[in-house]
Design a protein around this ligand. Structure first.
Ligand SMILES: O=c1ccn([C@H]2C[C@H](O)[C@@H](COP(=O)(O)OP(=O)(O)OP(=O)(O)O)O2)c(=O)[nH]1
Ligand SMILES: [Mg+2]
Length: 173
């Protein structure tokens, strides 16, 4: 069994005196639930920047990422426009969540203190670039953007086929 690491200490400021301190739903969860401090009603296709009532001072070498909640995505079609949102260690402003209602028909209503997203705190590396004329070879080389097959069906013209479908990938199985 791997050793359990101690939690990272993070300074938190409540900008709304009543907002709950974000917490993990279960031991072992990666995300801390974030709430909105403002009620909101999003029509189909509408987006909003919702306040969470908290600001942080993350230690240098860390960042926090604002991730969607799968329940809201599955039930309401709620997405984050910039998922995952990046909260820099030096950011001291209010953490905000940029939501969009992707449901084509139904509105999404949030009440004050509804949980709208989750925050994942992670260590992040800093890089130093070394510019070269040629990069070392690799198995993938420049293949990408679907080079291994397995694409979901999408509408539109794909060079004579009406749909590009996952079937193309199944043929090889
Ligand atoms: O979902 C998000 C994304 C960002 N932020 C805050 C924290 C982050 O440190 C800051 C800047 O975010 P980002 O770098 O993604 O935005 P930008 O458009 O590049 O703005 P800037 O020029 O301020 O970096 O905004 C949030 O509160 N929520
Ligand atoms: Mg930026």
């Amino acid at each position: 069994m791997s050793e359990r690491r101690n939690p990272v200490d993070v300074l938190l400021r409540r900008l709304d005196p009543e907002v709950p301190v974000p917490s993990y739903g279960h031991p072992g969860d990666a995300g801390l639930d974030l709430v909105t401090t403002e009620a909101a009603d999003l029509a189909p296709g509408e987006r909003a920047v919702l306040p969470t009532g908290i600001s942080l001072a993350l230690p240098d070498g860390y960042a926090a990422f604002v991730h969607p909640r799968s329940g809201l995505a599955a039930r309401c079609g709620l997405a984050l426009v910039n998922a995952p949102g990046t909260v820099d260690a030096g950011y001291r402003g209010e953490i905000k969540v940029i939501v969009v209602n992707l449901d084509p028909r139904e509105s999404v209503r949030f009440e004050r203190f509804d949980r709208i997203a989750q925050l994942v705190v992670q260590q992040v590396e800093k890089v130093r670039f070394h510019e070269v004329a040629e990069l070392p070879g690799s198995a993938r080389a420049e293949g990408g953007f679907g080079s291994t097959g397995g694409h979901a069906a999408v509408g539109g013209s794909t060079g004579g086929n009406e749909y590009a479908s996952v079937g193309a990938d199944r043929e090889g199985q």
